[in-house]
Design a protein around this ligand. Structure first.
Ligand SMILES: C[S@@+](CC[C@H](N)C(=O)[O-])C[C@H]1O[C@@H](n2cnc3c(N)ncnc32)[C@H](O)[C@@H]1O
Length: 436
């Protein structure tokens, strides 16, 4: 194999600054972090590239805990701050802000200066109202609004403490906090210390199909990555951050994948107070550990619960199909008389106690329950189709528009797979009925 130094020299994507970064970190750690990787740039921003042949099973980097930033290795004065009632992300964001304020005299300056600047992050929490409109059909829209409110709340909690240390945090605004928060959310790992920023490892980009993940060795006090496959010199090396849907990737990491096998959709199933049996249905669900919550729309109250749907791999009934609990709730909601609800409760008591988990004896009612679901999915498919169509006309930041398209297209794939499964189930059930 070519020596790392030779490849380094010839490797056009590497720049002096990036090479210096690894030298700085190795010096700080007092040991070699990686002999096979170097920092470069790809379309995904900073990235790690193989500068030597890598074989599956090779350890490609090791970062000792001592050169990771966690709420533990800050000075005791600021530790007071992180003891407050804050999330781990907010705690580490506060540590990062303190280091940013120290500037060049921070022992982490080389790392802190290398992090993306405000304006370079694309988490949906930074999207304008118009940009968020692009994803209104997705649950991410509402989640983003809740997330923005949570971050603001955490900032308000931190502000009280910031005011105690004006020399450390003078001039820190909500925007600064949101930037630090998004940096942590998109590049810190959960560790035994809560959450840690792991320099160099955090230049690795995400591939949902990779089997490499960042591992922690508590005895040796290092984080390491083992290659899941061979890499040729010059190839970008990826890991998997987690089995994340595009919704999570967009909210926490500020990107989406064009085809994400972990995509999922949130579906809200509710009964309205206009249903004469709504109180009985809600009570029956509660009695069987199926909690509901209440919302109001157009002056009408709804009681319901949300479900996460993943892609249904086969419409023909092999594989997992739809979540059993979702089908159970549809069965309950399809009931039209008091006696049917009593029968459901009796059947549950005579079996494993779980409500409406078996196909209803009344075939027509079973089909009706699944048609309720099908019509819900069909509406969502229609709405997603319309939103994707509208995107063509949107004239905005192209990365965010592409993210919106990837999100909605992935959700549409999931919704269509669920619809196909339901269509198949309803057809099968009615043909069985015809035969009987
Ligand atoms: C842990 S950092 C990885 C290094 C990053 N590229 C950088 O420039 O510092 C995570 C960020 O990298 C980017 N990223 C990682 N994987 C990506 C992917 N598959 N597609 C698009 N962006 C990705 C996103 O901006 C994400 O928030």
């Amino acid at each position: 194999a070519a020596s790392a130094a030779t490849v380094n020299k010839n490797f056009s994507r590497l720049n002096q600054e990036s090479t210096e970064f690894l030298s700085w970190l190795q010096q700080k750690a007092g040991l070699e972090i990686s002999s096979t990787l170097a920092v470069g740039n790809s379309v995904l921003g900073r990235s790690l590239f193989a500068i030597d042949i890598i074989k599956a099973g090779d350890c490609i980097l090791r970062v000792p805990y001592g050169v990771q930033i966690s709420p533990e290795n800050i000075d005791p004065e600021i530790k007071m701050l992180v003891n407050d009632d804050l999330s781990n992300v907010a705690k580490l964001a506060a540590v990062l802000l303190a280091e940013q304020k120290i500037g060049q005299s921070s022992e982490w300056a080389t790392y802190v200066n290398s992090l993306p600047q405000p304006g370079e992050l694309n988490s949906t929490v930074f999207w304008s109202g118009d940009e968020l409109e692009m994803i209104r059909q997705s649950h991410v829209y509402q989640e983003t609004i809740c997330h923005q409110a949570n971050i603001e709340n955490e900032y308000l909690k931190i502000r009280r403490v910031i005011e105690l240390f004006p020399q450390r945090f003078s001039g820190v605004t909500l925007d600064d906090f949101m930037h630090a928060y998004a940096l942590v959310a998109s590049r810190a790992w959960g560790t035994s210390k809560g959450l840690s920023l792991i320099p160099f490892a955090d230049f690795l980009n995400h591939d949902g199909l990779s089997d490499s993940v960042l591992l922690g060795d508590e005895d040796k006090e290092i984080s390491e990555v083992i290659a899941d496959r061979d890499y040729a010199v010059g190839e970008e090396v990826f890991i998997r951050y987690g089995k994340y849907s595009n919704a999570t990737l967009m909210l926490d990491f500020g990107f989406a994948l064009p085809h994400n096998i972990f995509d999922q959709v949130q579906i809200w199933m509710a009964v309205s107070e206009q249903d004469p049996l709504w109180e009985e249905k809600v009570e029956l669900l509660h009695n069987h550990s199926m909690a509901t919550s209440m919302t109001e729309k157009g002056g009408i109250k709804y009681h319901g619960t949300s479900f996460t749907i993943k892609e249904v791999r086969s419409a023909r009934g092999t594989g997992k199909g739809l979540p059993q609990a979702l089908r159970a709730i549809a069965r309950v909601f399809s009931m039209t008389c008091h006696q049917e609800l009593i029968d459901l409760a009796t059947e549950a008591a005579q079996n494993d106690g779980r409500l409406a988990r078996r196909p209803l004896r009344n075939k027509n009612r079973e089909i009706e329950a699944h048609r309720i679901l099908l019509s819900k999915f069909t509406n969502m498919v229609r709405e997603h189709d319309a939103s994707i169509e509208l995107l063509r006309k949107v004239n905005t930041h192209s990365i965010r528009k592409q993210m919106a398209r990837d999100l909605l297209t992935g959700e549409l794939r999931v919704l269509k797979s669920a619809s196909a499964w339901l269509m198949n189930y309803s057809t099968l059930s009615s043909s069985k009925d015809d035969q009987s």
